[in-house]
Design a binder for this molecule. Structure first.
Ligand code: ADP
Ligand code: MG
Length: 698
C-alpha cells in the first residue's frame, strides 16, 4: 500500500520541489525572498515561473490562478490557461515571471466598502512567496494578496502579513535587549481546530434554509439531542470514517498537516486539527481545508456544514486558534525557559499578551463578529462575548507574587526579582484545562476560542498580532532607554500585572455571575452582538494603534466596518426572507392540509355516528387552526420588519434595526412553527426534521 510519506505534499511546489526544479542560484535567491523578504528580481521570477509551470504541467495542470482572500471571507480564483499560440498553429504552455508576480482580476464585484469606485474597479493581486503554490484539480494556485491600485488592502492576507511584520519588528527589539543576537526573525504560529457537522445530502437538499443560509431556521427539538454526551470522542461511524480518510488524503496531498480528528459534543458534529504552522500559511491552509471538507463530503453523499449554529438546541461549531510566538532559531517565546533570563523574557512576552488582550478586548471581539457567531457567543456552549484570559493557578500565583513583592511559595525566603533569581519551574504541560475561557494559556501557547467555525482565522490573528506588537513596542521604548535594565524590566512587569489583572479570570466563563462581575466590577467590554461591537473598530484608540503599527490605514478600517455590518445585514435579511418563503409555501400549507384532513375525518365520523363527540379531533383542528393564524400573522410581521429596513440612513442603523426588530420577529415565527411541527402528523411535515438531520448519518 502507498504510504503517506510517498504522496504528502505531492501537489505543492514546496521546498523539496523548488530544490529539485530550480537552478541553485535561483533557488537561493527565492529562499532569501521567502525567509527574509528580499526583493525578487525579474530574471529570478521568470526562472521560478517557468519551473513552477513545468512542474504543474507534469502533474496535469492546464491553468493557473492567483488565489486570494477577498473580504467576503472565502477564497476567490480566476483561471487562466497556460496556453500560448505557437507559430506552427499549435500551442505551447507558457507562464512568465510577470504573470507569477502580479495579476489583474476584474474585481469590481468584490466588496470594497467604498475603497474602490467601480470606475477604477481593477484591483491587482500580488504573489505571496511565503505561502507555497499548489495544484487543485487542473489548476496551479498561486497564493496572492489583493490590493486596489491606490495600494489599499482589499483582502485579509495583506493586513495579516503586515501584522506579522509589525510583531516581528517589535519582538526583535525586545530580543536584542535580552542579548539574543542570533535571531533573524520572529513569527507567530497557529494551529486552528476546526469543527463541523456532516449530514446526509438527500436531506440537506430538502431544506431551503440549509441551502440558502447554511443553518436551520425551523425545527422542533428531537426526542434526543446531546444530553447523554455519548457522541463526544465516541466511536467514529464507518461512513464518517471513510469521509475522514478521504479528506486526510486530499489535505495531505496539499501539504496540510491534518493530524487529529474526533467526534464533537453534538450528534453528527466532528473536529479536525492540523499541526500548527506559520500564521499566514495556517490561514491559507484553513481556507483550503474548509473548501476541501465540503468537496469531499459531496463525494460521500454528505454535506459538511460549517455554519456556527446550524441547529438550535445543540452546540454550534467554533474554531480554536492556538497561537504562539517563536524565533527562526526555534525558540517558542511563550514557553517558560531554563535560565533566569529566559524566564524573565518569557514573563515579558506573557505580559505583552495580557496587556494586549486587555487593551484591545474589543478588537478581538470584533475579529470574530458575524451574524452566525452571535448565536454561539454567550449561549452557554461557547465562550461568552466578554474576553478574558485563563492563566491557570500556577502562573497566576507567580504573577501575584511579583505584583506584591511576596515570596512565590511560603517556603521560599526571597522574593522574586526578575533576571536575578531563578524563577520556580513552571509546569510545562499545563494540564489544567479550562474549556470555558475565551483566551486560555495552555502551557506554551494561547488558545483563542471565540472564532466561529466559518470565520477566516486571518481577522483574529491580525488583531492579536497587532495588539501584541503594540505592547512590545511600549516595552521596548521603555527598556531601550532604561538606566538599569533589570529594575526597569521588573517594574514594568509588575505594573502590567497591576494595570491589567482584571482581564485574568480562571473560573467558569459560562457562569452568569462572571458576566456580571466582568462588566460591573471589572469594567470589561460586553458586546453581545455584531452591531454592538463593529462600530468600535473606529474608536480612536483602535485606529491609532492599528495605523501606527501599519496594519491598516484609516480608510481600510472604515471599509472593514462597512463591509462587516453589510454582511451581517445581508445574512440576516436572507434568513428572514427564507423563513417567510418556507412559512408561506411549506409550513402553512402542511399544517393547513393536516387540519383539513382531521376536520374531514370529524365530518365523516359524525355522518356515520352522530352521537360521537370527536373531542380529540375537534380540539386538534381548533389548535392547528389557531397556530396557522399565528404563523400567518408572524410571517406578515417578519416580512414587514424586513421591508422597514429600506431607507435606513446608514448600515449601522440598518444593522441595529435588524438586531432589534428582524431577529425577534424571526424568533417569534420560529417558536410557533416549531410548536406546530410537534402536533402535525409526520407524513405532512414538508421537510426533514431535526431527528433525521442529526441522526441521519450511520
Ligand atoms: P487540544 O487543545 O484539543 O487539547 P492540543 O493542545 O494538542 O489539542 O493542540 C491543539 C492545536 O494546537 C493543534 O493544532 C496543535 O498543532 C496546536 N499547537 C500546539 N502547539 C502549538 C504552538 N506552540 N503554537 C501554535 N499552535 C500549537
Ligand atoms: Mg483546543
Amino acid at each position: 500500500m502507498e504510504s503517506v510519506s510517498d504522496y504528502f505534499g505531492c501537489m505543492v511546489f514546496d521546498d523539496r520541489a523548488m530544490k529539485a526544479q530550480l537552478p541553485a542560484p535561483v533557488y537561493q535567491s527565492l529562499r532569501k525572498t521567502i525567509d527574509e523578504g528580499a526583493r525578487l528580481d525579474a530574471s529570478v521570477a521568470n526562472a521560478v515561473a517557468a519551473a513552477m509551470k513545468d512542474w504543474a504541467v507534469a502533474r496535469g495542470a492546464t491553468h493557473y490562478t492567483h488565489w486570494f482572500q477577498p473580504l467576503t471571507g472565502i477564497t476567490a480564483e480566476k483561471h487562466d490557461s497556460f496556453i500560448s499560440p505557437a507559430p506552427d498553429g499549435g500551442v505551447i504552455m507558457d507562464f512568465s515571471g510577470k504573470e507569477l508576480i502580479r495579476g489583474e482580476p476584474d474585481a469590481s464585484s468584490f466588496p470594497s466598502g467604498g475603497l474602490r469606485a467601480t470606475f477604477e474597479a481593477r484591483g491587482y493581486t500580488a504573489w505571496d512567496p511565503t505561502s507555497y503554490a499548489f495544484i487543485k484539480g487542473k489548476t496551479l494556485c498561486i497564493p496572492t494578496a489583493f490590493c486596489s491600485y491606490s495600494g489599499d488592502a482589499l483582502d485579509k492576507k495583506t493586513p495579516l502579513l503586515r501584522s506579522m511584520e509589525a510583531l516581528n519588528r517589535q519582538a526583535m527589539r525586545i530580543l536584542k535587549l535580552f542579548g539574543n543576537t542570533d535571531v533573524k526573525c520572529v513569527r507567530t504560529s497557529v494551529g486552528p481546530e476546526q469543527e463541523y457537522f456532516l449530514i446526509p445530502q438527500e436531506l440537506y437538499e430538502k431544506r431551503k434554509d440549509l441551502i440558502y443560509t447554511g443553518r436551520t431556521l425551523f425545527g422542533a427539538k428531537p426526542p434526543k439531542g446531546q444530553e447523554l454526551d455519548d457522541h463526544y470522542f465516541g466511536v467514529i461511524k464507518p461512513r464518517v470514517a471513510a469521509y475522514m480518510e478521504d479528506l486526510n488524503r486530499e489535505l495531505w496531498k496539499l501539504g496540510i498537516l491534518a493530524k487529529t480528528e474526533h467526534n464533537e459534543v453534538a450528534p453528527s458534529q466532528h473536529e479536525l486539527a492540523p499541526i500548527y504552522t506559520t500564521t499566514n500559511v495556517a490561514t491559507d491552509h484553513n481556507q483550503l481545508t474548509m473548501e476541501i471538507m465540503q468537496k469531499v463530503a459531496a463525494r460521500h453523499g454528505l454535506v459538511c456544514l460549517l455554519h456556527e449554529k446550524p441547529f438550535a438546541g445543540v452546540n454550534g461549531s467554533g474554531k480554536h486558534n492556538n497561537w504562539s510566538i517563536s524565533t527562526d532559531t526555534g525558540v517558542n517565546l511563550l514557553s517558560p525557559g531554563e535560565t533566569p533570563y529566559e524566564n524573565a523574557q518569557f514573563l515579558l512576552f506573557l505580559c505583552a499578551v495580557i496587556k494586549a488582550v486587555d487593551d484591545y478586548q474589543d478588537l478581538l471581539r470584533i475579529a470574530v463578529a458575524t451574524a452566525g457567531n452571535d448565536h454561539r457567543l454567550g449561549a452557554n456552549e461557547a465562550p461568552p462575548a466578554v474576553v478574558s484570559i485563563f492563566l491557570g493557578d500556577e502562573l497566576t500565583a507567580i504573577l501575584d507574587a511579583i505584583e506584591h513583592d511576596t515570596p512565590y511559595l511560603a517556603a521560599e525566603k526571597t522574593t522574586m526579582k526578575l533576571g536575578v533569581n531563578v524563577l520556580p519551574r513552571f509546569p510545562r504541560d499545563n494540564t489544567d484545562r479550562n474549556r470555558t475561557s475565551p483566551f486560555a494559556f495552555t502551557g506554551n501557547k494561547f488558545e483563542f476560542r471565540m472564532l466561529g467555525s466559518s470565520n477566516s482565522i486571518a481577522c483574529a490573528n491580525i488583531m492579536l498580532n497587532a495588539a501584541v506588537a503594540e505592547s512590545l513596542k511600549i516595552y521596548a521604548d521603555r527598556l531601550e532607554n532604561a538606566a538599569d535594565f533589570e529594575t526597569a524590566l521588573h517594574d514594568m512587569i509588575k505594573k502590567t500585572i497591576q494595570d491589567h489583572k482584571r482581564i485574568i479570570f480562571n473560573g467558569n466563563g459560562y457562569d452568569g455571575a462572571w458576566i456580571k462581575e466582568a462588566t460591573e466590577n471589572r469594567g470589561l467590554c460586553n458586546y453581545p452582538t455584531t452591531p454592538d461591537c463593529i462600530p468600535h473598530i473606529l474608536d480612536e484608540k483602535n485606529v491609532t494603534m492599528l495605523t501606527s503599527q501599519k496594519v491598516f490605514t484609516q480608510t481600510e478600517l472604515k471599509s472593514r466596518c462597512e463591509i462587516t455590518l453589510d454582511n451581517y445585514c445581508k445574512a440576516v435579511t436572507i434568513e428572514a426572507n427564507t423563513m417567510v418563503d418556507m412559512a408561506r409555501k411549506q409550513i402553512l400549507p402542511a399544517v393547513e392540509s393536516y387540519a383539513a384532513e382531521v376536520a374531514s375525518a370529524v365530518a365523516v365520523k359524525k355522518a356515520a355516528a352522530p352521537q360521537l363527540t370527536c373531542a380529540y379531533e375537534s380540539g386538534l383542528v381548533t389548535r392547528l387552526s389557531a397556530m396557522t393564524d399565528q404563523i400567518a400573522a408572524y410571517t406578515d410581521a417578519l416580512e414587514d420588519a424586513v421591508l422597514k429596513l429600506k431607507g435606513a440612513e446608514s448600515v449601522i442603523t440598518e444593522s441595529q434595526r435588524i438586531r432589534d426588530t428582524v431577529l425577534p420577529a424571526m424568533a417569534r415565527l420560529r417558536a410557533v412553527a416549531d410548536e406546530a411541527e410537534t402536533v402535525t402528523a409526520e407524513e405532512f411535515w414538508p421537510f426533514p426534521t431535526y431527528g433525521e438531520l442529526l441522526f441521519g448519518v450511520r
